[in-house]
Design a protein around this ligand. Structure first.
Ligand code: PHE
Length: 346
């Protein structure tokens, strides 16, 4: 080169030396990261060098470009080397620490689990929605009207004692059953309609392996013209076969609930013994599954429907109970215990 050495050569050299030295002295990865940003980052010193090429006389541009590129390469290399060295130092320190045992297996991140109640509820919802049912969500804090009065349970009625109630100070209550949504649904949808409403219900009672103050139900309600017990029975058989994924044999026994007439307890034939009698069904051949019945005319009227024109059936499925049967859960209190030893099994 017979030209005088351009002034930028010395400058680039000095700049390179400065960065290489600072990088070599970086004490830790965070410090190194800062240097990386300040040098080769978008607004870094080294990055800025390239942009200067346009300010130089045309005959110098090629050499300058090459030199600036070289600076960049050196700085990148220094950054990479220092990073490797710092990481190695961390590893060395860990290995040198004799409380560190590299043969201990690593910690796996904890995985979440769907709650068994959510699993079964989702299945039930999908079976019902495929059969044209709305899936509804009604309040847990309810009025006395929707939980009792509208369901033909006036305040003097002994049936109030069947469901011990958590009362709130303002006269509302925690719903004691999902039936509290029945009249709400009748007031919302023009008949004929069909709906299920799953949810949490509350009862003020002592807890044991089969009683919990908070548990889950799924209410089913169908309103149409000409609904009969035969229709109820057949609907239950179809629905339960879909939910339990096997043909079920059902029977009805009389059951009393003020909001249905006639009212029933529905049993399914024990699938363990096929009805012969075993320990699961306490030798009876049948398992009690859900209460149901034809909607009482008073309830239809409370929902604004004319019982001469409209009829309905309703059932109250014990979701918590179904989950216990399905997974063999021995104690209902496990369901809402929040105990991860239980939950991680699903
Ligand atoms: N709501 C009643 C209960 O929880 C169950 C039920 C629902 C009975 C629908 C008949 C019809 O005890």
């Amino acid at each position: 080169m017979n030209q005088a050495t351009p002034s930028w050569r010395a400058e680039l050299h000095a700049l390179t030396q400065d960065w290489l030295q600072r990088i070599a002295l970086a004490a830790d990865l965070a410090g190194l990261r800062e240097l990386e940003v300040a040098s080769v980052g978008k607004k870094g010193d080294v990055t800025a060098l390239m942009r200067r090429v346009g300010t130089l006389p045309p005959e110098e541009r090629r050499d300058y470009g090459a030199a600036a590129g070289d600076v960049r390469t050196q700085v990148d290399q220094a950054l990479a080397d220092r990073k490797t060295a710092l990481e190695q130092a961390i590893l060395d320190a860990e290995l040198a620490d004799d409380t560190f045992d590299e043969t201990v297996p690593g910690l796996l991140p904890k995985r979440g689990h769907p709650h068994p109640l959510s699993l079964v509820q989702a299945e039930i919802e999908s079976v019902f929605s495929s059969m044209g049912f709305h899936v509804l969500d009604y309040p847990e804090v309810e009025s006395e009207f929707d939980n009792f009065e509208a369901l033909n349970i006036p305040s003097w009625h002994p049936a109030r004692d069947m469901q011990d109630t958590f009362w709130l100070q303002d006269g509302h209550l925690l719903r004691t059953h999902t039936s509290s949504g029945q009249v709400r649904a009748m007031q919302t949808f023009a008949p004929p309609f069909r709906a299920v409403f799953p949810g949490k219900v509350y009862r003020y009672e002592a807890t044991d392996a089969s009683h919990e103050h908070t548990f889950h139900q799924v209410e089913g309600l169908l309103v149409d013209r000409h609904v009969s017990v035969a229709h109820l029975l057949d609907s239950m058989r179809t629905l339960l076969s879909a939910i339990l994924k096997t043909d079920v044999t059902v029977r009805l026994r009389p059951g009393y609930f003020p909001f249905v007439e006639p009212g029933f307890e529905l049993d399914i034939q024990c699938r363990v013994c096929g009805g012969k009698g075993c320990s699961v069904c306490k030798q009876s051949g049948w398992l009690e599954l859900l209460p149901c019945g034809l909607v009482h005319p008073h309830v239809l009227r409370a929902g604004g429907l004319d019982p001469e024109e409209w009829q309905g059936w309703a059932f109250g499925l014990g979701l918590s109970r179904l989950v216990m049967m399905r997974f063999g859960v021995p104690d209902v209190r496990l369901l809402l215990s929040g105990d991860t030893r239980f939950l991680t099994q699903f």
